[in-house]
Design a protein around this ligand. Structure first.
Ligand code: HEM
Length: 78
C-alpha cells in the first residue's frame, strides 16, 4: 500500500545525511540517493528539499526526466 504523507511531514525531510523528500503532482518522491547524481546539480535539489516542486519540475525537465522521476515515488500527499 502507498504511504500517505502530510505536507508538514514532507517538509521535515531536508537533511541529505538522512532523507530528502520532494512533492511532484501530489506524489512524494525520495531523492536522497539521487541528489549527488542529479544532472542539474545537487545544490538546486537541496534548495527545494521538503517542498512542492511541481511547477518548476514540470517547466524545466524533458519527458525522459519526468518518466525517470517516477521511480522515486514513495507515497502520496494526504
Ligand atoms: C526526481 C526528481 C528529479 C529528477 C529525476 C530530475 C532529473 C533531471 C534530468 C534527467 C535532467 C537533465 C535534463 C533533462 O533531461 O530534463 C535535469 C536537469 C535539471 N534539473 Fe532536475 N530532476 C529532478 C528534480 C529537480 C528539481 C526539484 C529541480 C528544482 C528546480 C531540478 C532542476 C533542474 C535543473 C535546473 C536542471 C538543468 C536544466 C538545464 O541545464 O537545461 N530538478 N534534472
Amino acid at each position: 500500500m502507498t504511504k500517505k504523507y502530510k505536507r508538514e511531514e514532507v517538509a521535515r525531510h531536508t537533511d541529505p545525511n538522512k532523507s530528502i523528500l520532494i512533492i511532484v503532482k501530489g506524489n512524494v518522491l525520495d531523492v536522497t540517493k539521487f541528489v549527488a547524481e542529479h544532472p542539474g546539480g545537487a545544490d538546486i535539489l537541496l534548495n527545494y528539499a521538503g517542498k512542492d516542486v511541481t511547477d518548476i519540475f514540470e517547466s524545466i525537465h524533458s519527458s525522459q526526466a519526468k518518466e525517470f522521476s517516477q521511480k522515486f515515488i514513495v507515497g502520496k500527499l494526504v
